[in-house]
Design a protein around this ligand. Structure first.
Ligand code: 5GP
Length: 201
């Protein structure tokens, strides 16, 4: 049995912050960390699989779950609902850490819950690089990019509510910073289970 408690690793970043690439690399390199598959009312994109990337559900079903208190957090982002299932999180936490990628509103709700978590805000190195990344995707119109920048500027105002900041200048370095944060958090005294029983004599 593990002598340490598992926890939620919450990655928060504005569009263009690079959290998707970071998340993929962390999951590929750490089999003991599982991905939190959220529920959403948006339609699946090409290459996305139901139950793997998201649980894609109707707004009716989402609101039923929300009203039944099934979500640890939920938020409307860019016109669609997103939420994290409480029972799923508790089940996975019995065996593994869980990493999740959620928006600022959702992360603030978890701040006020009794779940054990670590929050990590990810930012690009500068506004110039950030704009370049947003434009470089080639998937969004200028209008969409402007809306995302506005949302991001508001999100950055809330940064003080979170615990860690990682500047994503270089993918390898950002991933390494996050691994170090996770290691340090694992070794906090409060995360050891009944440590006195092992060494107390
Ligand atoms: P996308 O639809 O592009 O995958 O995600 C859009 C936004 O929704 C991203 O900012 C992402 O972090 C956020 N998001 C994804 N899943 C959840 C969730 O379960 N809860 C909350 N609050 N936000 C989420």
């Amino acid at each position: 049995m593990s002598k340490k408690k598992n926890f939620l690793i919450i990655l928060i970043s504005p569009s263009g912050g690079g959290k998707t690439a970071i998340l993929k690399k962390i999951l590929a390199e750490n089999s003991e960390i599982k991905y939190s598959v959220s529920y959403t009312t948006r339609k699946s994109r090409i290459n996305e699989n139901d139950g793997v990337d998201y649980n894609f559900i109707s707004e009716k079903k989402f609101l039923e779950m929300k009203n039944s208190g099934d979500f640890l957090e939920s938020a409307k982002v860019h016109g669609f609902w997103y939420g994290t299932s409480k029972s799923y999180i508790n089940k996975v936490l019995n065996k593994n850490h869980i990493i999740m990628d959620i928006d600022v509103q959702g992360a603030k709700q978890i701040n006020n819950s009794d779940v054990d978590y670590v929050t990590i805000f990810i930012l690009p190195p500068s506004r110039k690089v950030w704009l370049k990344r947003l434009n470089g995707r080639g998937t969004d119109s200028d209008e969409v990019i402007q809306v995302r920048m506005k949302t991001a500027e508001k999100e950055i105002q809330e940064i003080k509510d979170f615990q860690y900041l990682v500047i994503n200048d270089d993918l390898e370095k950002a991933v390494n910073d996050i691994k170090i944060i996770i290691k340090a958090e694992e070794n906090k005294i409060e995360r050891y289970i009944n440590i006195q029983n092992y060494y107390g004599g």
